[in-house]
Design a protein around this ligand. Sequence first.
Ligand SMILES: Cc1cc2nc3c(=O)[nH]c(=O)nc-3n(C[C@H](O)[C@H](O)[C@H](O)COP(=O)(O)OP(=O)(O)OC[C@H]3O[C@@H](n4cnc5c(N)ncnc54)[C@H](O)[C@@H]3O)c2cc1C
Length: 454
Amino acid sequence: MSSGKRIVIIGAGPCGLGAGWALNARGHDNYTIIERSGYAGGLSASFVDGAGFTWDVGGHVLFSHYPEFDEILAKVMGGDMLAHLRKSFVRRLNRWVPYPFQNNLSFLPPEAQLDCLLGLKRAAEVEQVKPAHFGEWIDAVFGEGIARHFMRPYNWKVWGVPHELMSAKWIGERVSVVDFDAVLKNVIMGSEDSAWGPNAEFQFPSVGGTGEIFTRLAAPLKDKIRFNTTVSSVAVDEKVVILSTGERIEYDHLINTTPIDKFLKAAECAPKEIVKRAGELVHNGVIVVGLGFEAPLSDKERCWMYFPEDNAPFYRVTNFAKYSASNVPGGDTERYSSYLCETSYSSFKSIDRELIIDETKDGLLSAGVIDEDTYSKEVTRFMIDADYGYPVPTIDRDEILRDVQTYLIDRSIYSRGRFGAWRYETGNMDHSVKMGLEVVERILDDKAEEVWKY
Ligand SMILES: Cc1cc2nc3c(=O)[nH]c(=O)nc-3n(C[C@H](O)[C@H](O)[C@H](O)COP(=O)(O)OP(=O)(O)OC[C@H]3O[C@@H](n4cnc5c(N)ncnc54)[C@H](O)[C@@H]3O)c2cc1C
């Protein structure tokens, strides 16, 4: 039954769609979703380029922590999902080391194996103190060898933010830590151990890329979504959303899924200190380059690959034709292959947008992803600049969020989703959808949220 509360949702990404889905399920139709672009899915959308290749905004690996998300997925996708075994690798010293790196040191040359083992042993001997930042945590947990061969250079490439500014508290299931006995055993026995983690198996839509999930999720909500409509500010005290056209929409409750720092900067009447606090949150951007080749999908093993070295700009490459044949024209992987390559940038790490596609292509060659023959058979290049890519878990992030979110909640504004909540550790698609579902239960039933916290 509709409670009559007027609810406005900003953004038709996974979080906004999750909220809309929950409202529809409750028969509460007094709501509107405002979306600035002409499509649903936000950072989880997919695009088909002029040559017929499908691209995601970076490699999206679907893993669900929640039965509610699984139910929605089953409902909207039915059998149109492909199942994959996660096969990911780190490129180091011209070798493919199965991920997690630390469990598979035997794939490295002997000197590097020794570096890593000695580092681990020394780290275990040092009396542990609480690490002051992410860099100290890496050194304490992995030791100097693994830190130098993988963890430090790779994390610099992903985050583009000095480790000293990042907290060590967010890690949880996002980083595989170390069991020294198991590491040693794997080295001595020369065995592979890549079954770690929450996404050892994953699913991918058989057509349409990751975005297909959200296109279908949005379909039953279509009458409620106003596409190509931008929120330019919110009059917080009056509870009014103001569109770029000048139109004003009143609400009782507002769900914001756009970056919380931008949202507050544009908000009318927000106190200067709150706007300033939100402005202290740190994020990076990600340039996603898609390269398609008229060369068969030859690598049938690797799903995605990590690149800690500086012979390529990207930190990760996804073997996208392997995810689904429909990601290449005509589904013809005997003829085409495609790679999705992610390079981060930030105020600490610059990139040259004019050169990045060529640098990416050269990087694929020098890092050993493609050979000279494939290199010469490029048929398409695609680029997306996600200026908000990763919300960075800085040391003071949680305190900032507490101040900012308290201010908003007191005014019936719920900021959720990847950049609305700004918590990387719960910033994936499943988390975002679940946050959307839960915030509706909070608004309508006063039920406590589980995923979102501050
Ligand atoms: C490089 C990269 C790799 C990723 N890999 C994975 C992965 O492997 N697995 C995984 O689960 N997740 C992954 N993610 C995360 C995933 O994309 C997000 O979890 C998800 O898209 C977040 O959904 P959201 O609704 O919170 O935000 P968004 O997707 O950012 O959606 C917000 C929406 O708000 C709209 N909007 C913004 N400003 C305005 C405005 N002023 N007015 C109106 N509308 C506005 C935007 O257009 C957008 O549609 C990855 C993300 C990136 C960038």
